[in-house]
Design a protein around this ligand. Sequence first.
Ligand SMILES: *Cc1c(COP(=O)(O)O)cnc(C)c1O
Length: 400
Amino acid sequence: MSTQRMRDDTLLTHLGRDPASHEGSVNTPVYRSSTFIWPDTSTLPNHLHNADDPHYRGHIYGRNGNPTTAAFEDAVAQLEGGFRGLIMPSGLAAIVGAVLAVARAGDHILVTDNCYWHARQVFDQILPRYGIQATYFAPMLGEDIAGLIQPNTRLVYAEAPGSSTFEVQDIPALARAAHAHGALLMLDNTWATPLFFKAFAHGVDISIHAATKYLVGHSDAMLGVIVTTEPLYAGVRETVRQLGYIASADDAYLGLRGLRTLGVRLRQHESSALTVARWLQQRPEVAQVLHPALPGATGHAIFQRDFLGSTGLFGVVLKPAPEPLISTFLESLRLFAMGASWGGFESLIRTQQRHPSAQIADGVLLRLHVGLEAVEDLIADLQQGLEHLSVTQPSSRSLP
Ligand SMILES: *Cc1c(COP(=O)(O)O)cnc(C)c1O
């Protein structure tokens, strides 16, 4: 079926499905196959050759993919406006694989200072072993990163908004600066997903997603995906498959299943998160709310210009408070569980590190993921929790 002119909500119900190829099955089945049988000896040399051909759509060996993983790759790439996708076993593997595919010894990478913490560890600790050096730029520099680009800068690495302090970067400006110097722009688009930020229409060359978050959406699988432009696809595919990266058909299936409800889930996350964020802004215990869709947020105008929606993850800076009180607050919450990750159906909260160039209020940086619970219950939970921090709280509890 031609999906050219359909809206995203329609695409989400159709992408990665082809009942006619699967006995009429509504969903693309799980192909749990490590190998695919060759019909006759004459196809054998052909298959060996085809295994290395990035445009060959048949299936040969499980590490090169199967119909379920291919369906997920195609669905994400089409939704985002890229050429094709490469499924990966985690979001971090997608970052590592994509960077290794385009950078080599002697290259320099310019990385946004507000990037995902474990990506930073890769840039600081793993890549230097292989002769690839990274330096960091303040997230709001935009086209001024031109002054930081070196002759050997191969890649500019962005994350918009940064998933700990939520500055929204000017992706088209970063793309212009990178491309003017022959460098590529790579984006961690996990927060907005392919639904709310069309990376390739804004100049991105390689986009990665921690599909573990909203694409799978149910906190029950680790999954990643790399999406590229057409010229980059064959090279990135060759590197990541030669490195041995693939994900299982079962997890690809969970990714496809997540896509079916991505639109309704994200709009609910968006609405509840905005309600909670606005409520927090009014609270006396709160120094600052870091939410790209709220006026005054860093990069808010860019968010309004480039993004199609916001999601459930944002930051809150609590006014400075003694650590035991913060612990009491966090442990008193019943609906916001303390946990890493986000993007599932459930609400989560955690303390968060500041990156070196963060320009946010003093206090305790927290990150909230607003899940699909009733928003009134979420607010009631936070309200009873914040009362533990309140300065007007009777002090009798701490007296002997
Ligand atoms: C979680 C996350 C990742 C890594 O994904 P995993 O699937 O956990 O490896 C990368 N980027 C961002 C922004 C994330 O939140």
